[in-house]
Design a protein around this ligand. Structure first.
Ligand code: MN
Length: 498
């Protein structure tokens, strides 16, 4: 479910034929060494593929269109080794549809003080050629990422690797299909949105089914399959009976196992990558899917509660962007639930009714069966845990009527001061940057939702770059946020994104 294609990134070096064959031979040799070095660095999540040096409008145009047609190509990395007159690039850039990185680097790290002469200067002038190229990309208003520094520097390589994940988000966004098992919750504003515009902007297909279409799949699951999955749950998670009868507890857990298997088959048959439910629209479901949805999220499905398809698609998007991050800490649907306003330990307790992804869990995961206190179904089984500490990113995609805005908040996750033995949900606890007071004020000013798509494994920059590539507004709340400036930014953005 989280397997990416065998994506590759094309490395395209720009030059021209003014310098003669000997120089162009060296250009190609340098580019090959750089590509080998990047691939051997261990810092890039995907392979870089060297393309022949580009020295004419025809070859540039053909290369970009070959990239467009290649399903495995997830982006194009461009670098001007020498001067490459930028009018040659106009047609190719105009036709390019793949994410673009401008790697502003040069082959040599240090000026060769003892030997440098005019020939060397002419043959190693990306400081010069990359400005000509950058000019035309800016003049054409094309979105691209620029990374500056020596190609063998680990920090530069990490920036390239980080951008690759943004590019995967751009490429994969157009394949996201969301299955709505229930509509948006009545009267709720922030989870609403324009589904047609979302497909135009992001490529998302957002469909709707009657929940009983999925109930048919759940009811069709065999008892043997349910029993086997319940056994897996019992071996994997701690069982907290809370004084309930063991057999009755197990029967409640079995309902979730049956839902997990049935829902997964339903989503697979429809080729869906994200799903929404609504506790008030459960049709023939015996319980609100809790443990079942938690396990599906763990497998890579996006999820949004109460019909929130925007957040469901964002959770899926962020899971696919973060797929394969070494030592990943997790990505989940979250909801701002309740505050701790004690001086010195301010923060927001994150949870949902049930549906928090166990990838974010720290330590033991338990199963409990508790009343939902909302809706009219039997007590659902759910996974209980607390979450990891450290920096993370929380995002909210909202529809402002005339445009989408992505709100991106850098948050610091921490441990709660005490355990919460009576709280039967998976939780996370964080303080928004720069602090709760400014972070929450900015979030509310920006119109951010109570639902978020959250990840420890992605950065503010990756999400902002993704929004830029999608052509939508993004606002950042982080350590540099000041309310007066933030209000002005929102005011100016209202004009810029009109
Ligand atoms: Mn909710």
């Amino acid at each position: 479910m989280l397997e990416n294609k065998n994506y590759k990134f094309w490395f395209c070096t720009g030059s021209q034929d003014l310098y003669g064959d000997e120089c162009l031979r060296k250009v190609a040799e340098h580019s090959a060494k750089m590509v080998d070095g990047l691939n051997a660095s261990g810092k890039l999540p995907f392979e870089v593929v060297l393309k022949p040096t580009l020295i004419s409008q025809a070859s540039i145009r053909k290369t970009f269109n070959d990239a467009n047609a290649d399903e495995e190509c997830a982006g194009v990395i461009t670098w001007m080794h020498t001067f490459s007159p930028a009018k040659m690039w106009i047609l190719g850039l105009k036709e390019n549809r793949k994410p673009l990185l401008h790697l502003h680097t040069q082959f040599n790290e240090e000026i060769p003080y003892d030997t440098i002469d005019m020939d060397f200067m002419n043959e190693n002038q990306s400081a010069h050629g990359d400005r000509e190229y950058g000019h035309i990309v800016s003049r054409m208003g094309i979105e691209r990422k620029i990374v500056v520094g020596h190609w063998a520097n680990p920090e530069v390589q990490e920036k390239i690797g980080s951008w690759m994940r943004t590019a995967i988000g751009v490429i994969e966004s157009s394949h996201i299909r969301v299955c709505r098992l229930g509509d948006n919750m009545n009267n709720v504003a922030v989870t609403e949105g324009d589904k047609v515009e979302a497909q135009i902007k992001f490529g998302w297909e957002i469909d709707h089914y009657n929940i009983n279409d999925a109930v048919e799949y759940v009811d069709a699951v065999s008892k043997g399959d349910v029993d086997a999955l319940v056994e897996e749950y019992y071996s994997k998670y701690k069982i907290i009976l809370d004084g309930r009868d063991e057999a009755e507890f197990r029967r409640h857990v079995a309902v979730q196992a049956q839902q997990e298997i049935g829902l997964e088959k339903f989503l697979k048959d429809g080729d869906y990558h994200a799903v929404v439910t609504h506790f008030g629209m459960l049709g023939g479901m015996k319980q609100l899917p809790g443990l079942a949805i938690q396990r599906l999220m763990e497998k890579g499905y996006g999820f949004g509660g109460e019909g929130d398809w925007k957040t469901a698609a964002m959770v899926r998007l962020m899971k696919i962007m973060a797929a394969g991050v070494p030592n990943a800490k997790g990505t989940s649907f979250m909801e701002d639930y309740t505050y701790n306003l004690v001086a010195g330990d301010t923060g927001i307790l994150q949870a949902h009714m049930l549906e928090v992804c166990p990838t974010v869990a720290d330590g033991d995961i338990s199963i409990r069966v508790n009343p939902l206190s909302m809706g009219n179904r039997e007590d659902p089984a759910r996974l209980i845990f607390t979450s990891k500490t450290g920096p993370a990113v929380a995002t909210s995609l909202i529809d402002l009527g005339n445009r989408f805005r992505l709100i991106v908040n850098a948050v610091d996750c921490k441990k709660n001061a005490k355990p919460m033995p009576n709280l039967p949900v998976g939780t996370c606890y964080w303080e928004p940057q720069p602090n709760l007071a400014v972070g929450a004020e900015a979030w509310i000013l920006a119109g951010g939702a109570h639902h978020t798509a959250f990840s420890y494994d992605l950065t503010v920059d990756q999400m902002v770059d993704w929004a830029a590539a999608m052509g939508i507004e993004a606002v950042v709340i982080d350590k540099d946020t000041k309310i007066r400036d933030f209000k002005n930014e929102l005011r100016w953005n209202a004009i810029a994104y009109r």
